[in-house]
Design a protein around this ligand. Sequence first.
Ligand SMILES: Cc1cc2nc3c(=O)[nH]c(=O)nc-3n(C[C@H](O)[C@H](O)[C@H](O)COP(=O)(O)OP(=O)(O)OC[C@H]3O[C@@H](n4cnc5c(N)ncnc54)[C@H](O)[C@@H]3O)c2cc1C
Length: 386
Amino acid sequence: MHKHNDPYQDIRDAVRALCAEFPAEYFRKIDEQRGYPEEFVNALTRAGWLAALIPQEYGGSGLGLTEASVIMEEINRSGGNSGACHGQMYNMGTLLRHGSDQQKQYYLPKIASGELRLQSMAVTEPSTGTDTTKLKTTAVKKGDKYVVNGQKVWISRVQHSDLMILLARTTPLAEVKKKSEGMSIFVVDLRDAIGKGLTVRPILNMVNHETNELFFENLEIPVENLIGEEGKGFKYILDGLNAERTLIAAECIGDGYWFIDKVTKYVNERVVFGRPIGQNQGVQFPIAKAFVNIEAANLMRYKACELFDAHQPCGAEANMAKMLAADASWEAANACLQFHGGFGFAAEYDVERKFRETRLYQVAPISTNLILSYVAEHMLGLPRSF
Ligand SMILES: Cc1cc2nc3c(=O)[nH]c(=O)nc-3n(C[C@H](O)[C@H](O)[C@H](O)COP(=O)(O)OP(=O)(O)OC[C@H]3O[C@@H](n4cnc5c(N)ncnc54)[C@H](O)[C@@H]3O)c2cc1C
Protein backbone atom coordinates (compact mmCIF):
# COMPACT_ATOMS: atom_id res chain seq x y z
CA MET A 1 0.00 0.00 0.00
CA HIS A 2 2.96 2.31 0.51
CA LYS A 3 5.37 2.12 -2.40
CA HIS A 4 5.04 2.73 -6.11
CA ASN A 5 7.69 1.41 -8.49
CA ASP A 6 9.46 -0.38 -5.69
CA PRO A 7 12.70 -1.75 -7.20
CA TYR A 8 12.49 -4.70 -4.82
CA GLN A 9 8.95 -5.72 -5.74
CA ASP A 10 10.09 -9.03 -7.31
CA ILE A 11 11.87 -10.04 -4.10
CA ARG A 12 8.87 -8.94 -2.04
CA ASP A 13 6.45 -10.94 -4.17
CA ALA A 14 8.60 -14.08 -4.03
CA VAL A 15 9.18 -13.92 -0.25
CA ARG A 16 5.49 -13.15 0.32
CA ALA A 17 4.51 -16.17 -1.76
CA LEU A 18 6.74 -18.41 0.35
CA CYS A 19 5.47 -16.86 3.59
CA ALA A 20 1.87 -17.36 2.46
CA GLU A 21 2.49 -21.11 2.84
CA PHE A 22 3.14 -20.45 6.53
CA PRO A 23 0.09 -18.49 7.70
CA ALA A 24 -0.56 -16.96 11.10
CA GLU A 25 -1.91 -20.27 12.46
CA TYR A 26 1.47 -21.88 11.83
CA PHE A 27 3.43 -19.30 13.83
CA ARG A 28 0.72 -19.21 16.53
CA LYS A 29 1.02 -22.94 17.00
CA ILE A 30 4.82 -22.83 17.13
CA ASP A 31 4.56 -20.04 19.73
CA GLU A 32 2.07 -22.04 21.84
CA GLN A 33 4.31 -25.08 21.70
CA ARG A 34 7.44 -23.03 22.36
CA GLY A 35 8.66 -24.76 19.24
CA TYR A 36 11.02 -23.84 16.42
CA PRO A 37 9.69 -23.08 12.91
CA GLU A 38 11.81 -25.80 11.35
CA GLU A 39 9.70 -26.23 8.18
CA PHE A 40 9.64 -22.48 7.60
CA VAL A 41 13.40 -22.11 8.05
CA ASN A 42 14.00 -25.11 5.78
CA ALA A 43 11.76 -23.62 3.10
CA LEU A 44 13.59 -20.26 3.29
CA THR A 45 16.93 -22.07 3.08
CA ARG A 46 15.87 -24.23 0.11
CA ALA A 47 14.69 -21.14 -1.73
CA GLY A 48 18.10 -19.56 -1.10
CA TRP A 49 16.84 -16.50 0.77
CA LEU A 50 19.11 -16.94 3.79
CA ALA A 51 22.15 -17.09 1.49
CA ALA A 52 21.39 -13.66 0.06
CA LEU A 53 24.59 -12.05 1.36
CA ILE A 54 26.95 -14.89 0.41
CA PRO A 55 28.87 -14.11 -2.81
CA GLN A 56 27.99 -16.21 -5.84
CA GLU A 57 31.47 -17.79 -5.96
CA TYR A 58 30.60 -19.49 -2.66
CA GLY A 59 27.14 -20.58 -3.77
CA GLY A 60 25.11 -17.67 -2.43
CA SER A 61 23.14 -15.10 -4.40
CA GLY A 62 25.57 -12.21 -3.85
CA LEU A 63 22.85 -9.67 -3.13
CA GLY A 64 23.37 -6.46 -1.17
CA LEU A 65 22.24 -5.62 2.32
CA THR A 66 19.32 -3.67 0.84
CA GLU A 67 17.88 -6.78 -0.79
CA ALA A 68 18.67 -8.90 2.26
CA SER A 69 16.82 -6.39 4.44
CA VAL A 70 13.77 -6.58 2.17
CA ILE A 71 13.70 -10.36 2.70
CA MET A 72 13.72 -9.97 6.49
CA GLU A 73 11.15 -7.17 6.35
CA GLU A 74 8.75 -9.28 4.29
CA ILE A 75 8.97 -12.22 6.71
CA ASN A 76 7.97 -10.02 9.65
CA ARG A 77 5.45 -8.15 7.59
CA SER A 78 3.73 -11.40 6.72
CA GLY A 79 3.26 -12.24 10.41
CA GLY A 80 6.35 -14.42 10.88
CA ASN A 81 9.45 -13.75 12.94
CA SER A 82 12.87 -13.52 11.30
CA GLY A 83 14.44 -13.86 14.74
CA ALA A 84 14.29 -17.62 14.29
CA CYS A 85 16.80 -17.50 11.44
CA HIS A 86 18.29 -14.05 10.81
CA GLY A 87 21.62 -15.20 12.28
CA GLN A 88 22.11 -17.51 9.28
CA MET A 89 22.08 -14.46 7.05
CA TYR A 90 24.60 -12.22 8.83
CA ASN A 91 26.84 -14.32 11.12
CA MET A 92 28.70 -15.67 8.12
CA GLY A 93 29.85 -12.08 7.38
CA THR A 94 32.58 -12.52 9.98
CA LEU A 95 33.99 -15.48 8.07
CA LEU A 96 33.54 -13.73 4.75
CA ARG A 97 35.40 -10.61 5.86
CA HIS A 98 38.05 -12.05 8.17
CA GLY A 99 38.27 -15.80 7.51
CA SER A 100 41.18 -17.45 5.65
CA ASP A 101 40.68 -18.65 2.08
CA GLN A 102 40.59 -22.19 3.39
CA GLN A 103 37.86 -21.36 5.94
CA LYS A 104 35.80 -19.54 3.33
CA GLN A 105 36.13 -22.37 0.79
CA TYR A 106 35.11 -24.90 3.41
CA TYR A 107 32.30 -23.16 5.29
CA LEU A 108 30.61 -20.67 2.98
CA PRO A 109 29.28 -23.07 0.31
CA LYS A 110 27.91 -25.34 3.04
CA ILE A 111 26.28 -22.39 4.81
CA ALA A 112 24.86 -21.19 1.48
CA SER A 113 23.26 -24.58 0.77
CA GLY A 114 22.02 -24.93 4.33
CA GLU A 115 24.09 -28.08 4.88
CA LEU A 116 25.63 -26.19 7.81
CA ARG A 117 23.78 -23.67 9.93
CA LEU A 118 25.80 -20.81 11.38
CA GLN A 119 22.97 -19.25 13.32
CA SER A 120 24.70 -18.30 16.57
CA MET A 121 27.12 -15.70 17.86
CA ALA A 122 28.25 -15.81 21.48
CA VAL A 123 29.24 -12.43 22.89
CA THR A 124 27.08 -11.54 25.93
CA GLU A 125 28.12 -12.74 29.40
CA PRO A 126 26.10 -12.73 32.62
CA SER A 127 28.46 -10.65 34.73
CA THR A 128 29.61 -8.15 32.06
CA GLY A 129 26.48 -7.28 30.09
CA THR A 130 26.99 -4.48 27.59
CA ASP A 131 30.51 -3.78 28.91
CA THR A 132 31.80 -6.37 26.43
CA THR A 133 35.53 -5.74 26.75
CA LYS A 134 35.37 -6.98 30.35
CA LEU A 135 34.16 -10.40 29.27
CA LYS A 136 35.63 -13.24 31.29
CA THR A 137 35.51 -16.22 28.95
CA THR A 138 39.09 -17.15 28.10
CA ALA A 139 40.68 -19.16 25.29
CA VAL A 140 44.19 -20.30 26.13
CA LYS A 141 46.43 -21.74 23.41
CA LYS A 142 47.86 -25.15 24.25
CA GLY A 143 49.69 -26.81 21.36
CA ASP A 144 47.30 -27.16 18.41
CA LYS A 145 44.21 -26.34 20.52
CA TYR A 146 42.64 -23.42 22.32
CA VAL A 147 41.12 -24.36 25.67
CA VAL A 148 37.98 -22.37 26.50
CA ASN A 149 36.56 -21.69 29.96
CA GLY A 150 33.77 -19.33 30.96
CA GLN A 151 30.10 -18.60 30.55
CA LYS A 152 27.80 -16.87 28.08
CA VAL A 153 24.15 -15.90 28.30
CA TRP A 154 21.34 -15.20 25.82
CA ILE A 155 23.04 -17.04 23.01
CA SER A 156 20.33 -17.60 20.44
CA ARG A 157 19.53 -20.52 18.14
CA VAL A 158 22.32 -22.78 19.50
CA GLN A 159 19.92 -25.73 19.58
CA HIS A 160 19.23 -25.19 15.87
CA SER A 161 22.72 -24.47 14.64
CA ASP A 162 25.80 -26.50 13.67
CA LEU A 163 28.29 -23.69 14.09
CA MET A 164 28.74 -20.72 16.40
CA ILE A 165 31.02 -17.67 16.39
CA LEU A 166 32.61 -17.30 19.85
CA LEU A 167 34.26 -14.18 21.27
CA ALA A 168 36.74 -14.94 24.06
CA ARG A 169 39.72 -13.29 25.68
CA THR A 170 43.09 -14.66 24.52
CA THR A 171 45.26 -12.07 26.32
CA PRO A 172 44.31 -11.00 29.86
CA LEU A 173 42.85 -7.50 30.17
CA ALA A 174 45.74 -6.45 32.44
CA GLU A 175 48.24 -7.26 29.67
CA VAL A 176 46.74 -5.25 26.78
CA LYS A 177 47.24 -1.57 25.97
CA LYS A 178 43.64 -0.97 24.93
CA LYS A 179 40.75 -2.85 26.52
CA SER A 180 39.37 -3.68 23.07
CA GLU A 181 42.52 -5.67 22.28
CA GLY A 182 43.34 -9.24 23.28
CA MET A 183 40.01 -10.84 22.32
CA SER A 184 39.67 -13.36 19.50
CA ILE A 185 36.91 -15.04 17.56
CA PHE A 186 36.55 -18.69 16.74
CA VAL A 187 34.18 -20.80 14.75
CA VAL A 188 32.95 -23.49 17.14
CA ASP A 189 31.57 -26.73 15.72
CA LEU A 190 28.65 -27.24 18.09
CA ARG A 191 28.27 -30.86 17.02
CA ASP A 192 31.72 -31.62 18.43
CA ALA A 193 31.52 -29.24 21.38
CA ILE A 194 28.19 -29.98 23.08
CA GLY A 195 28.73 -32.53 25.84
CA LYS A 196 32.52 -32.29 25.43
CA GLY A 197 33.23 -29.08 27.33
CA LEU A 198 30.16 -27.09 26.28
CA THR A 199 26.87 -27.32 28.16
CA VAL A 200 23.76 -25.62 26.77
CA ARG A 201 20.92 -24.62 29.08
CA PRO A 202 17.83 -23.18 27.33
CA ILE A 203 16.30 -19.99 28.78
CA LEU A 204 12.51 -19.88 28.81
CA ASN A 205 11.64 -16.30 27.91
CA MET A 206 8.84 -13.86 27.11
CA VAL A 207 9.18 -14.33 23.37
CA ASN A 208 9.41 -17.76 21.79
CA HIS A 209 13.04 -16.99 21.03
CA GLU A 210 15.38 -19.97 21.15
CA THR A 211 18.11 -18.66 23.43
CA ASN A 212 20.49 -20.23 25.93
CA GLU A 213 23.05 -20.08 28.70
CA LEU A 214 26.37 -21.64 27.73
CA PHE A 215 28.94 -23.11 30.09
CA PHE A 216 32.48 -23.77 28.85
CA GLU A 217 34.65 -26.16 30.86
CA ASN A 218 37.94 -26.92 29.14
CA LEU A 219 36.32 -26.96 25.71
CA GLU A 220 39.02 -27.68 23.14
CA ILE A 221 38.88 -25.85 19.82
CA PRO A 222 41.40 -26.66 17.04
CA VAL A 223 43.72 -23.69 16.31
CA GLU A 224 42.57 -23.66 12.70
CA ASN A 225 39.15 -22.49 13.96
CA LEU A 226 40.57 -19.09 14.96
CA ILE A 227 39.15 -16.46 12.59
CA GLY A 228 41.62 -13.80 11.43
CA GLU A 229 44.38 -12.68 13.74
CA GLU A 230 44.52 -13.49 17.41
CA GLY A 231 43.68 -10.45 19.55
CA LYS A 232 41.59 -8.61 16.94
CA GLY A 233 38.28 -10.38 17.55
CA PHE A 234 36.45 -7.46 19.12
CA LYS A 235 37.07 -5.31 16.04
CA TYR A 236 35.91 -8.16 13.79
CA ILE A 237 32.68 -8.52 15.78
CA LEU A 238 32.03 -4.77 15.57
CA ASP A 239 32.50 -4.95 11.78
CA GLY A 240 29.57 -7.34 11.62
CA LEU A 241 27.19 -5.40 13.80
CA ASN A 242 26.18 -2.84 11.18
CA ALA A 243 24.65 -5.55 9.02
CA GLU A 244 22.91 -7.10 12.02
CA ARG A 245 21.45 -3.79 13.20
CA THR A 246 20.25 -2.77 9.77
CA LEU A 247 18.61 -6.13 9.11
CA ILE A 248 16.87 -5.99 12.47
CA ALA A 249 15.74 -2.43 11.69
CA ALA A 250 14.11 -3.86 8.55
CA GLU A 251 12.43 -6.59 10.63
CA CYS A 252 10.99 -3.91 12.92
CA ILE A 253 9.74 -2.00 9.87
CA GLY A 254 8.05 -5.22 8.72
CA ASP A 255 6.49 -5.63 12.17
CA GLY A 256 5.39 -1.99 12.11
CA TYR A 257 3.55 -2.40 8.80
CA TRP A 258 1.99 -5.64 10.03
CA PHE A 259 0.58 -3.83 13.11
CA ILE A 260 -0.67 -0.92 11.02
CA ASP A 261 -2.40 -3.19 8.49
CA LYS A 262 -3.91 -5.28 11.26
CA VAL A 263 -5.22 -2.38 13.34
CA THR A 264 -6.43 -0.36 10.35
CA LYS A 265 -8.58 -3.24 9.19
CA TYR A 266 -9.90 -3.85 12.69
CA VAL A 267 -10.86 -0.26 13.53
CA ASN A 268 -12.63 0.04 10.20
CA GLU A 269 -14.77 -2.98 11.03
CA ARG A 270 -15.34 -2.78 14.77
CA VAL A 271 -18.51 -0.84 15.53
CA VAL A 272 -19.02 0.67 19.00
CA PHE A 273 -21.47 3.52 19.81
CA GLY A 274 -23.01 3.02 16.40
CA ARG A 275 -19.91 3.79 14.30
CA PRO A 276 -16.56 2.21 13.39
CA ILE A 277 -14.11 2.97 16.19
CA GLY A 278 -11.68 4.18 13.48
CA GLN A 279 -13.97 7.17 12.92
CA ASN A 280 -12.82 8.61 16.26
CA GLN A 281 -9.78 10.83 16.03
CA GLY A 282 -8.66 9.51 19.41
CA VAL A 283 -8.26 6.19 17.63
CA GLN A 284 -6.99 7.51 14.29
CA PHE A 285 -4.18 9.71 15.54
CA PRO A 286 -2.05 7.19 17.47
CA ILE A 287 -2.26 4.87 14.44
CA ALA A 288 -1.37 7.66 12.03
CA LYS A 289 1.51 8.80 14.24
CA ALA A 290 2.99 5.31 14.43
CA PHE A 291 2.66 5.04 10.64
CA VAL A 292 4.49 8.34 10.13
CA ASN A 293 7.31 7.13 12.37
CA ILE A 294 7.59 3.82 10.53
CA GLU A 295 7.86 5.63 7.22
CA ALA A 296 10.58 7.91 8.64
CA ALA A 297 12.51 4.99 10.16
CA ASN A 298 12.31 3.27 6.78
CA LEU A 299 14.23 6.14 5.17
CA MET A 300 17.08 5.74 7.68
CA ARG A 301 17.05 1.99 7.10
CA TYR A 302 17.53 2.48 3.34
CA LYS A 303 20.24 5.07 4.01
CA ALA A 304 22.14 2.60 6.21
CA CYS A 305 21.73 -0.14 3.57
CA GLU A 306 22.91 2.14 0.77
CA LEU A 307 26.05 3.17 2.67
CA PHE A 308 26.79 -0.45 3.65
CA ASP A 309 26.40 -1.63 0.05
CA ALA A 310 28.70 1.19 -1.13
CA HIS A 311 31.31 0.05 1.44
CA GLN A 312 31.04 3.39 3.23
CA PRO A 313 31.09 3.83 7.02
CA CYS A 314 27.53 3.30 8.26
CA GLY A 315 27.78 2.70 12.02
CA ALA A 316 25.80 5.82 12.90
CA GLU A 317 23.08 5.16 10.33
CA ALA A 318 22.79 1.46 11.26
CA ASN A 319 22.40 2.36 14.92
CA MET A 320 19.93 5.16 14.24
CA ALA A 321 17.90 2.99 11.87
CA LYS A 322 17.71 0.25 14.48
CA MET A 323 16.56 2.65 17.20
CA LEU A 324 14.02 4.50 15.05
CA ALA A 325 12.59 1.28 13.64
CA ALA A 326 12.39 -0.46 17.02
CA ASP A 327 10.66 2.59 18.52
CA ALA A 328 8.24 2.87 15.60
CA SER A 329 7.32 -0.82 15.64
CA TRP A 330 6.79 -0.66 19.39
CA GLU A 331 4.56 2.41 19.00
CA ALA A 332 2.56 0.62 16.29
CA ALA A 333 2.36 -2.48 18.49
CA ASN A 334 0.90 -0.46 21.34
CA ALA A 335 -1.68 1.20 19.12
CA CYS A 336 -2.60 -2.15 17.58
CA LEU A 337 -3.04 -3.82 20.97
CA GLN A 338 -4.92 -0.85 22.43
CA PHE A 339 -7.49 -0.57 19.65
CA HIS A 340 -8.16 -4.28 19.56
CA GLY A 341 -9.47 -3.76 23.08
CA GLY A 342 -9.81 -7.06 24.91
CA PHE A 343 -9.33 -9.03 21.68
CA GLY A 344 -5.74 -7.78 21.51
CA PHE A 345 -4.98 -10.11 24.40
CA ALA A 346 -6.40 -13.20 22.71
CA ALA A 347 -3.72 -15.40 21.16
CA GLU A 348 -5.87 -16.10 18.08
CA TYR A 349 -5.56 -12.47 16.94
CA ASP A 350 -1.73 -12.76 16.83
CA VAL A 351 -1.38 -9.20 18.17
CA GLU A 352 -0.07 -10.20 21.60
CA ARG A 353 2.49 -12.53 20.00
CA LYS A 354 3.82 -9.90 17.61
CA PHE A 355 3.69 -7.35 20.47
CA ARG A 356 6.02 -9.56 22.55
CA GLU A 357 8.27 -10.28 19.59
CA THR A 358 8.82 -6.67 18.60
CA ARG A 359 9.40 -5.54 22.20
CA LEU A 360 12.66 -7.47 22.26
CA TYR A 361 14.29 -4.97 19.91
CA GLN A 362 14.29 -2.22 22.53
CA VAL A 363 16.87 -4.35 24.38
CA ALA A 364 18.63 -6.68 21.92
CA PRO A 365 20.96 -6.87 20.11
CA ILE A 366 21.77 -3.45 21.54
CA SER A 367 19.62 -1.45 23.93
CA THR A 368 18.22 1.95 23.04
CA ASN A 369 20.28 3.67 25.75
CA LEU A 370 23.51 2.40 24.28
CA ILE A 371 22.53 3.75 20.85
CA LEU A 372 21.78 7.15 22.36
CA SER A 373 25.11 7.04 24.14
CA TYR A 374 26.86 6.25 20.83
CA VAL A 375 25.13 9.16 19.10
CA ALA A 376 25.85 11.57 21.98
CA GLU A 377 29.51 10.69 22.32
CA HIS A 378 30.61 9.65 18.82
CA MET A 379 28.45 11.91 16.67
CA LEU A 380 27.94 14.92 18.92
CA GLY A 381 31.28 14.86 20.70
CA LEU A 382 29.85 14.92 24.22
CA PRO A 383 32.09 13.70 27.07
CA ARG A 384 32.32 9.94 27.44
CA SER A 385 30.29 8.50 30.30
CA PHE A 386 32.02 5.11 30.39
C1 LIG B 1 16.03 -12.92 23.54
C2 LIG B 1 17.45 -12.43 23.52
C3 LIG B 1 18.34 -12.92 22.57
C4 LIG B 1 19.68 -12.53 22.59
N1 LIG B 1 20.56 -13.12 21.70
C5 LIG B 1 21.90 -12.88 21.84
C6 LIG B 1 22.86 -13.61 21.05
O1 LIG B 1 22.50 -14.44 20.21
N2 LIG B 1 24.17 -13.40 21.29
C7 LIG B 1 24.63 -12.51 22.22
O2 LIG B 1 25.83 -12.37 22.37
N3 LIG B 1 23.74 -11.79 22.97
C8 LIG B 1 22.39 -11.96 22.81
N4 LIG B 1 21.48 -11.26 23.58
C9 LIG B 1 21.98 -10.34 24.60
C10 LIG B 1 21.69 -8.88 24.29
O3 LIG B 1 22.56 -8.43 23.28
C11 LIG B 1 21.84 -8.13 25.62
O4 LIG B 1 20.77 -8.53 26.46
C12 LIG B 1 21.83 -6.65 25.42
O5 LIG B 1 22.97 -6.23 24.71
C13 LIG B 1 21.82 -5.94 26.78
O6 LIG B 1 22.80 -6.46 27.62
P1 LIG B 1 22.42 -6.94 29.09
O7 LIG B 1 21.20 -7.78 29.00
O8 LIG B 1 23.60 -7.54 29.73
O9 LIG B 1 22.02 -5.61 29.83
P2 LIG B 1 22.94 -4.68 30.71
O10 LIG B 1 24.20 -4.35 30.00
O11 LIG B 1 23.02 -5.26 32.07
O12 LIG B 1 22.04 -3.38 30.75
C14 LIG B 1 20.76 -3.37 31.41
C15 LIG B 1 20.05 -2.07 31.09
O13 LIG B 1 20.82 -0.99 31.57
C16 LIG B 1 21.08 -0.06 30.54
N5 LIG B 1 22.46 0.48 30.65
C17 LIG B 1 23.60 -0.23 30.87
N6 LIG B 1 24.65 0.61 30.90
C18 LIG B 1 24.17 1.87 30.68
C19 LIG B 1 24.74 3.17 30.57
N7 LIG B 1 26.06 3.34 30.70
N8 LIG B 1 23.93 4.21 30.35
C20 LIG B 1 22.61 4.04 30.22
N9 LIG B 1 21.99 2.85 30.30
C21 LIG B 1 22.75 1.77 30.52
C22 LIG B 1 20.96 -0.84 29.24
O14 LIG B 1 20.59 0.01 28.20
C23 LIG B 1 19.89 -1.85 29.58
O15 LIG B 1 18.61 -1.35 29.31
C24 LIG B 1 20.12 -11.58 23.54
C25 LIG B 1 19.21 -11.05 24.47
C26 LIG B 1 17.90 -11.47 24.48
C27 LIG B 1 16.97 -10.92 25.53
